[in-house]
Every structure is written in C-alpha cells, then in structure tokens.
Design a binder for this molecule. Structure first.
Ligand SMILES: *Cc1c(COP(=O)(O)O)cnc(C)c1O
Length: 452
C-alpha cells in the first residue's frame, strides 16, 4: 500500500486565510504581509521542518508576534551615549508623548484661532530661539548634513567654501563632508595643513578669491576625531573678524549641538558661544548631545536665515511634524536622557553595577564610557562595568529585550551609564538567563585558561 504524501495535507492558502483568527488579523495587516506569512508556513511544511497540521498554529503564532515595525527597542549597555547604530539620542518621555500626539491631524501649519495658514512648526522654532539667546533666527531641516548642504547651496552656490585641511571630516559610513559640499556645486578652497592652520592661511585664500566670487568661510568641529600634538586652529572669533572685514559669511558646523557650554566636554563648541563669537551661521544635529530627534539646526542672523529659507532646497529638506513635535518637547522639557547619561554619577553606576554583578557572581571593573559619534572624541566618561564572559555578548543581543554590551579584551562589558535605572531589573534578568544557558551548554562558552 502506498503511503499518502503528507504534503497533500498542507492546508491551501485560501483555507488558512478563511480561518476566523486570520481573517481578524487581516483587518490590521496588508494582504501581501498576510500571504507572505502563510506561504512561509506552507513552505516550511513542504520542506518537512513542520508537519502539515502545524501550518495553521504557526501562522497564528507569527501573527501574534507581529509588531507594527520591525525596529526593536534595545537596552544600550555599551556606555556609549550617542550610539549611531542604536539610533543616537533616545528621546525623553516628553518627546515620545509629543510624537504620539502629533501623529494624527495637528495644527502644525494652521492658526486655529483664525483658521488660516500659519508658520510651520512655529513652536519648535520659538523653543529653539529661546534656548539659544544669541540667535536672531533659526531654521530646522532633516539632519546636520542637510543643514550643511543647504548652507553651501544658499550662501555660496557655485562659489567657494574656504575650509581648513584639518577639518575635512568623514562623518561615518563613508560619507565625507567635503564631498557633500562639492555635490552642491560649490568649490572647496582648502587652506593650511592637516595639523596646523593659521589665520594668515584663511586671509590669503580670501584675498585670492576672484573679483565678485560668492564665498564663505566654513569651520567644522572635529566631532569624531582629535588632532593632537603640534597643532593649531583659528578660533571662531578671529575668523569672524576676517570674514566680516571681507563681507563673507562665517559658517560654523558645531556638530553635536550643545546649546550652552558643557562642563564635562570643555572642547565642545556650544551654539550660543559660536554665535556670540561672531559666526553668521551655526549648524548642529538635533539627535546628538541636544538629545532630540534627528534634525539639522541652523541658527544665525536674520539675514542669513532668510537667505536659507528662500532657497528651493529648503523645501526638499523640510522637517516632518513628528520631528518638530519631538524637538519642541526636547527643548522645553527637563534634561534629555543623553544629558542624564553624560552626567551619570560614577558612585551610582558602581552601586548599580555591583548589584547585578553580585546577583550573578561576576566582577565589576572600571570602565570609561564615551560620548560617541555625537562629539567629545576621546573624552573618557569614568564609570564601571559588569564583567561577563565574552560568549555572553551574542545571547544578550538575541535576548528579548536585546541588551547590547561592549566587547573589550575578550570580555563582555556591561555598562549601565545609558541604561535607565528602572531597567536594571530587566538587565539583571537577561544576564541571569544568558549565564544560566551558557553554563547549561558549556560548548557555547570558552572557559578561560583552556585551549580550544
Ligand atoms: C554629525 C555631524 C554632521 C552630520 O550631521 P547628521 O545630523 O548626522 O547629518 C556634520 N558635521 C559634523 C561636524 C558632525 O559632527
């Protein structure tokens, strides 16, 4: 007698889709997504990795676990405050609430009193000006790179951008600011050397400009590197004086976006200081040390900002209502999470790290946190880490919620600087369960001192 091919028992797509619970899910899912889930379960049954009877339960389980976005919230236990791979600044509770409230219809561009059109994002704009005293006006665009491109396009066009060779920055993932600027049609005039640039270098370049050439002087803060040793750069105030004498705008790309001087990061230029020193335009990101959503902030003189607003590219870089809502909330609420992490008290970090370490029988070691891509290159943020076997790193990342740690010297280091204290218990549970699994399956770990 021939046995029936079990694959004939795999339920058809229409049968699965007709199941009441699947039909119910169809209200909140697109048809292609639903079909993909069904097809995947069927194909697993066809390959024999599940039985035909498991197709429906598998589909239901998939639907159950489906979240509206596949982006997964993670716990940042790296000690790196502005971690670009983890979405840079985590938003404050106020900013998160603002995003939720702005998600529907909102008066982003309407005066509800008159019923007429109003300035888009006026409140975020006001909050920014309030937070940065010396700025006469401001413009918010999608990110720091967009802000820089708009500045070059609007202020210089096909003219010249004068910049020090020590400030030709690659910001990450292969993106280079000099190439970004050139892509707007501007010409780069590089002055000085990698380690030293003097006022005279800028002055010579300005004097060599062709008659009537549109130009600006651009100063870029080296956010992600430091040039140490025999170095010199020209302070903003001196460049401002030179620029003013020649009627050229001075643009300062400050990068990180601290509004006022940050005592922990004395080398970080603050936007208020940059403008007080005479820059016509200061540029920063919203999602670095400001601790807000991804945005490009342009602050400066009324005339400069007006020039930027008039450029057609300004419309192509217009910020979303969710960003405007989150930025306003970031600027008007209490300290942002990045600020709290930056100023975390080492004593507190030690107490918290010890609690987790003692609960799982691990050691606590001194560990320097970092500002990360947001600025403060090379500045150590003294703190502590729970020292775990290196083999814990991967399962901690696969845990739910994922816990991302730092691997150094063959250890997995868990730094609580950027972990809200309210999540310590969750972290402890994750560590406990991962260490238990590692002990249960010793092949997954490499005991120290043993050759493999
Ligand atoms: C981060 C940074 C940028 C790019 O800003 P994004 O907001 O990431 O686009 C540009 N310039 C400097 C100096 C930076 O630090």
């Amino acid at each position: 007698m021939v046995e029936e091919d079990p694959r004939r028992r795999i339920p058809g797509t229409d049968t699965v889709l007709a199941h009441p619970q699947v039909r119910e899910a169809a209200h909140r899912l697109s048809r292609p997504v639903l079909q993909r889930i069904v097809h995947q379960a069927q194909s697993r049954a066809r390959s024999g990795s599940i039985s035909p009877e498991q197709v429906l339960p598998e589909v239901l389980a998939q639907l159950e676990g489906l979240r509206p976005s596949s982006l997964r919230p993670v716990i940042n236990a790296t000690g790196v405050v502005v971690h670009t791979n983890l979405g840079r600044a985590p938003l404050s509770p106020a900013a998160r609430q603002a995003i939720v409230e702005a998600a529907g219809y909102v008066d982003v561009e309407m005066d509800l009193h008159t019923g007429r059109r109003s300035q888009r994002g006026a409140a975020a704009h006001h909050a920014l000006l309030e937070a940065c005293g010396p700025a006469e006006d401001a413009l918010i665009v999608n990110n720091g790179a967009a802000a820089l491109a708009l500045a070059a396009a609007a202020l210089v066009g096909a003219g010249s951008v004068i910049i020090s060779r020590g400030e030709l920055v690659e910001i990450g993932a292969g993106f280079r600011l000099p190439e970004l600027i050139k892509s707007t049609g501007a010409e780069l005039v590089e002055v000085g050397t990698t380690n030293r640039t003097h006022l005279q270098d800028y002055a010579s370049a300005v004097e060599a400009l062709p008659q009537g050439e549109r130009a600006c002087i651009l100063k870029v803060h080296p956010s992600n590197y430091r040039i140490a040793g025999f170095t010199s750069a020209v302070p903003t105030a001196e460049l401002a004086e030179l620029a003013q004498r020649h009627g050229l705008p001075l643009v300062v790309d400050a990068g990180s976006g601290v509004l006022e001087p940050e005592p922990v990061l004395p080398e970080e230029p603050d936007l208020s200081g940059v403008l007080s020193d005479g820059a016509d335009l200061a540029i920063a990101s919203g999602d670095k040390l400001l601790g807000g959503p991804q945005a490009g902030l342009l602050l400066g003189s009324t005339e400069t900002i007006a020039q930027l607003k008039r450029h057609p590219l300004a419309r192509a870089m217009r910020t979303d209502k969710l960003t405007l809502a989150a930025l306003e909330a970031t600027l008007t609420a209490g300290p942002a999470p990045v600020t709290t992490s930056l100023h975390a008290d080492p004593e507190d970090l030690l107490t918290r790290a010890r609690r987790i370490a003692e609960a799982v029988g691990a050691d606590v070691v001194a560990h320097d946190g970092r500002v990360g891509g947001g600025g403060g290159a090379e500045v150590p943020l003294p703190g502590w880490a729970v020292q775990l076997p290196e083999s814990a790193a991967e399962p901690l990342r696969s845990h739910l919620p994922p816990v991302v740690t730092r691997t150094s010297d063959s250890w997995c280091l868990l730094d609580l600087r950027c972990v809200p204290e309210s999540e310590d218990e969750t972290v402890l549970e994750a560590v406990r369960s991962v260490l238990q699994d590692l002990q249960a399956t010793p092949s997954g770990s490499t005991p120290l001192g043993e050759d493999v």
